[in-house]
Design a protein. Structure first.
Length: 222
């Protein structure tokens, strides 16, 4: 994202008035806004410049539902997700959910996923399977029309480790998509804002590049 856009934030705040009707004494409603100097997702660069984002989440008894939007240069990425998570007496956390990634412009086609997760102490594991709807034509970085491909199936496996303010993630794509990446990040809180810096190293099947990013975000209860 090359400029600060209010579109995603405005949409989120408008949606908050509707989501607030769901909130109860047992549930919680929260919102978040953020900025990242470069937007990367699972080792793939989405923007080479700054990107703003906003999100809205509702949680109740382990169930959650939410939406998140980010500027991706040509329109917006708008995500919707829902799921359920719980923790066993042993301390192992388990979760299952679904996510759909939609786009308002010609940046990309839709992705739909089933997400599974597990965590214990400083370790967390993610396994997702999804389908990419490549049937629509789209524009590449040179503004040339590219014919869409048939639907593609993919999988993603991610293993993360958190140690204090540091975190590291190794991720790998599978099936019709291929590629691996490594990400190392540091985060802290300054003046009520979450501030972070990270380094991403992507393999040849992804960006085959190294990148450093800076992030700034804030979450608040509604």
């Amino acid at each position: 994202m090359k400029t600060f856009k209010l579109t995603a934030i405005t949409a989120t705040l408008l949606a908050a008035s509707s989501f607030s009707q769901l909130a109860s004494a047992e549930g919680s409603l929260s919102a978040n806004i953020g900025y990242v100097s470069e937007y990367h997702f699972r080792g793939i660069q989405q923007t080479g410049a700054g990107s703003t984002s906003a999100g809205l989440d509702y949680e109740n008894g382990g169930f959650y539902v939410g939406t998140w939007a980010a500027d991706v240069a040509d329109g917006l990425e708008v995500d919707f997700y829902a799921g359920y998570g719980f923790e066993l007496d042993s301390g192992i956390a388990l979760g299952a959910g679904v996510t759909t990634y939609q786009y308002t412009g010609d940046f990309d086609s839709a992705y739909n996923e089933i997400n599974l997760s597990a965590g214990y102490e400083m370790f967390s594991f993610e396994y997702s399977v999804g389908t990419w709807d490549g049937s629509d034509d789209y524009f590449d970085e040179d503004d040339m029309v590219v014919e869409g491909d048939p639907e593609a199936d993919y999988s993603f496996i991610g293993l993360s480790l958190e140690f204090g303010s540091f975190s590291g993630t190794i991720g790998s794509w599978g099936k019709d998509f291929e590629g691996e990446y490594f990400e190392l990040a540091y985060g802290t809180e300054i003046g009520g804002f979450d501030v972070g810096v990270g380094v991403i190293v992507s393999g040849a099947d992804l960006d085959d590049d190294e990148a450093m990013y800076f992030s700034l975000s804030k979450s608040f209860d509604l």
